[in-house]
Write a protein that binds this ligand. Structure first.
Ligand SMILES: C[C@H](O)[C@H](O)C1=Nc2c(nc(N)[nH]c2=O)NC1
Ligand SMILES: [Fe+3]
Length: 289
């Protein structure tokens, strides 16, 4: 059957109450392992001098460069030595409450399927390359590991308060599309960028997007687009800064946010500390300017 029509082969896999499945690592085909290797090689060439040092160092110490799609059990054995985090297989996107519960217990839910050949560059749902190559390495960094656990716990509270949309923006603009300022210049830590060849270059080098200093309330008010490169990237000073920002009572913040209007993805506000003001040329003609 033409691969184009092939659906995610884990879609009907028996799943547990926590939405995890068996990875069935031995059932990956040589074509699927080869696709991982090509995606890996392409990013490995682009990331030096662009990805943050913590990511590059962690990718090394977790031996992610081994051949083929990693066996989550083996990878978790190596990862848990550093921060106690584990990688658990899921069939695809899982409900928010289940997702937050896993993060709050230092389990990262990673899609077990690999994208089909015809979706090499555009992903409709997070696959094993996005989740394991993009998200897992920084889980070996103690401060980042603590931040993501805290995010999981915050997610459970946000769900109870009906504030998920605000907290999801924090995840989007940091864990998925975050930049960090270093003494060598801006670097990437967001998994959505680190697993995308085009956005790896665009996020740091294109004149289109805004690059604005991270501010928690500003980020939680800022809408985002899921179908293209980001119109604005937020830049943190360190993972310590990110973690420290999370250790505050979000209740008061949510009360504030209820009174504040949302901010459009490409907008600049007077209070922003602007690193680069985008000319948005990339978005013109894409109906996003
Ligand atoms: C808000 C929350 O972060 C987001 O909606 C979710 N992300 C994910 C998810 N499920 C998976 N597997 N991966 C995600 O990144 N469920 C919910
Ligand atoms: Fe992701």
């Amino acid at each position: 059957m033409a691969e184009a029509l092939q659906k995610n082969r884990y879609a009907d896999a028996p799943r547990r109450a926590d939405w995890t499945i068996d990875q069935q690592w031995t059932s990956y085909t040589p074509q699927e392992h080869d696709r991982w290797n090509r995606l890996f090689a392409r990013q490995a060439k682009l990331l030096p001098g662009r990805a943050c040092d913590a990511f590059l160092a962690a990718k090394q110490k977790l031996e992610l460069s081994r051949d083929g799609i990693p066996d989550f059990a083996e990878l978790s054995a190596r990862l848990s030595v550093f921060t106690g985090w584990r990688v658990v297989p899921v069939a695809g996107l899982i409900p928010d409450d289940a997702f937050f519960d896993h993060l709050a217990n230092r389990r990262f839910p990673a899609g077990a399927f690999i994208r089909p050949e015809h979706e090499l560059d555009y992903l409709s749902e997070p696959d094993v390359f996005h989740d394991v190559f993009g998200h897992v390495p920084l889980l070996a960094d103690p401060v980042y590991a603590e931040f993501l656990e805290a995010y999981g716990k915050g997610g459970q509270r946000a769900l109870r308060r009906g504030q998920l949309h605000h907290l999801a923006r924090l995840y989007w603009y940091t864990v998925e599309f975050g930049l960090i300022s270093t003494s060598q210049g801006l670097r990437i830590f967001g998994a959505g960028i680190l697993s995308s060849p085009g956005e790896t270059v665009f996020a740091l080098e294109d004149s289109s997007p805004n690059r604005i200093a991270f501010d928690l309330e500003r980020v939680m008010r800022t809408k985002y687009i899921i179908s293209d490169y980001q119109q604005t990237y937020f830049v943190v000073e360190s993972f310590e800064q990110l973690l420290q920002k999370c250790y505050q009572d979000f209740g008061a913040l949510y009360d504030d946010l209820r009174m504040q209007p949302d901010i459009a993805a490409q907008e600049i506000t007077p209070a922003d500390r602007i690193l680069t003001k985008g000319d948005h040329h990339y978005f013109e003609g894409r109906g996003l300017a």
